[in-house]
Design a protein around this ligand. Sequence first.
Ligand SMILES: C[S@@+](CC[C@H](N)C(=O)[O-])C[C@H]1O[C@@H](n2cnc3c(N)ncnc32)[C@H](O)[C@@H]1O
Length: 306
Amino acid sequence: MVDLTLTNLSAAQLAALGDAAFKFGDMGLAQGFYRKLVGAQPRSPSAQARLGLTLRPTSRSRVMLDVLTTLENIPNANPFVGDGIATWLKQPAFLHDPKFMALAAKDLDIAPAGVSNWQWNLQTVLWAAQQARHLDGDFVELGVFRGHTTMFLAEYLEFASWDRKWWLYDTFEGIPADQVDPGWEQVNKNAYNPATFTFEEVRQRFEPFPNIVVTQGRVPEIFAEVCPERISFMHIDLNSATAEVGALDALYERIAPGGIIVFDDFGWQAAHAQFRAELEWFGSRGLAILPLATGQGLFVKPHPRA
Ligand SMILES: C[S@@+](CC[C@H](N)C(=O)[O-])C[C@H]1O[C@@H](n2cnc3c(N)ncnc32)[C@H](O)[C@@H]1O
């Protein structure tokens, strides 16, 4: 990061200077201008979006900046862009929550590739966990990787003081070969190979939370050995139709009435095998997942009729 001491620049000038540095490829300089911009306008979606794009640049960041600047041509557009989502004429609630914004920026180095300006997605899981707090049952995450989502939630919710458990499951070796959906071979090999993350690393990361249990094992078979009795919130992020449907078969009965499942990948184009399999699983039971514009799928287990 570059330490800038420029004064008397307007927000528009800071944005323009940052954008020029961004397009030139100097992310440190861009970040310097954008930090000043956010300091001046902390609740501006476009200011926060610009800064966020420099915190974890991806191959799509430049296009996201172009989308943002295009949307700024709409009067009072209030635009925000994240990976796979652009909003305008909206009022992103997370911008009014400094704790949320600080934690969302904190652990980006342990997020999967492509996670950029992920606030809309984090807001979904945070809402689900906050609602589930009022139900009986533990929390579960299937597919942990390095722990990004659960760490954000656990820190935000100060979960260490809660009187319930959070069960985290991962092979810590990627998607098992016989569960890889067509087209996911390369992602699995590049992103989730054992050289990029380990069980021990994640176990240590969650040590400050004595009620978070990290288990190494293959879903769904591992549930025969380690399994919560009752579940109120479950985040499913396995990137595999076979594994996710296997988890539903094994755990659905343990979800409390009113319990919430968030599917991380349900609506992403690349996750079409999961999308079809989950539509079929819920549809055959007369149930439905709400597809969200974030790419997530949201399911709330109905209460049985009296
Ligand atoms: C997209 S990553 C999870 C990202 C994580 N939820 C986060 O917020 O950072 C998918 C993970 O699912 C794990 N996985 C895939 N299939 C699995 C299975 N059958 N059993 C256990 N873990 C599995 C992979 O090892 C990988 O770490």
